[in-house]
Write a new protein. Structure first.
Length: 288
């Protein structure tokens, strides 16, 4: 009887985790550097009374995007290979040696919709496929530990899409999003629930519901979310800015790296890593 050895699957997963840590540190270092921030200006829209905040200057991000895209590709390919190594071991165990059509052995993906046939890949023992099948897109939601609020995408679908695209078509596409920005003061005075004292400031929870006539108002409805010259970040009605038709340097925006449709890079890769580790851990419990 052929023994299942998941050492190589675990090794690929460990390598992906190590690369993930390096990527996370690289992104954190880059985003904490003031020279990486884009410059913002504000122009008053007389009709609405809002100042429109746009990016007026931005560094050349092309090199860092290329470097991070290559890193993301390495991670997703190692995660995908980890699952393929898992499938290979179980295929060998089922065939009692090298499978007859070895080139066709990989971690399968079942996308059967409701009412359609859930096809057995044929190179796995029925009980092994039954376990793998529980982690397939056709089985529905498989957890989502990330902060992306777009339409749900199953981990195996996303992992396969990213890995195939990186290997066959182009580098993993990364976007720069302006999720964080800072501006000069926007209001005159403090809100009613904050009082200035000799030692600093005091929070007054009993006044949290009091009217705040000096508050600024933000509108993100027109924002593209992208970090590029001319892109709108937000619209703000700021009492402290009143009377200024234009403010040349109103603040800065910190770029945040995202996959298409705004998926956060770090949280998404973490989600994929958790999924792969869960599959390996489950199959490992039943190995011969």
């Amino acid at each position: 009887m052929t023994t299942v050895n998941l050492g190589s699957a675990r090794a690929k997963l460990r390598r992906a985790k190590k690369q993930f840590e390096e990527l996370e540190a690289h992104i954190e270092e880059f985003c904490s550097n003031p020279s990486a921030r884009a410059t913002l200006r504000a122009d008053l829209d007389a009709g609405s009374g809002y100042h429109i905040i746009r990016i007026s200057e931005a560094p050349d991000y092309s090199q860092v995007i290329e470097d991070l895209s290559l890193s993301v590709g390495d991670i997703v390919n190692n995660l995908r290979c980890s699952l393929d190594h898992l499938a290979w071991q179980y295929a060998c165990a089922h065939a009692q040696g090298v499978p007859r059509k070895s080139k066709n052995v990989y971690f399968p993906k079942c996308n059967a919709a409701h009412g359609q046939q859930h096809k057995d890949p044929g190179f796995l023992a029925p009980e092994v496929w039954a376990r793998m099948h529980e982690y397939q897109p056709c089985r529905g939601v498989n957890g989502r530990p990330d902060s992306w609020n777009g339409p749900y995408v199953h981990q195996l679908d996303l992992l396969t899409e990213l890995s195939n695209g990186d290997k066959q078509q182009m580098l993993v596409h990364l976007e720069l999003r302006s999720n964080q920005f800072e501006t000069i003061p926007t209001r005159i005075g403090l809100p009613p629930w904050v009082a200035r004292t000799d030692s600093g400031f005091e929070f007054l929870p009993e006044r949290i519901s009091d009217p705040d006539p000096g508050a600024e108002h933000l509108d993100f409805a027109h924002s593209s979310g992208l970090v590029e010259v001319g892109a709108e970040i937000a619209r703000i009605r700021a009492p402290f800015w009143a009377g200024n038709a234009s403010i040349e340097q109103v603040g800065t925006a910190t770029p945040m790296f995202a996959l298409p449709e705004g998926k956060p890079v770090i949280d998404t890769l973490k989600r994929l890593s958790i999924f792969v580790e869960a599959v390996i851990g489950d199959l490992e419990q039943s190995r011969p």
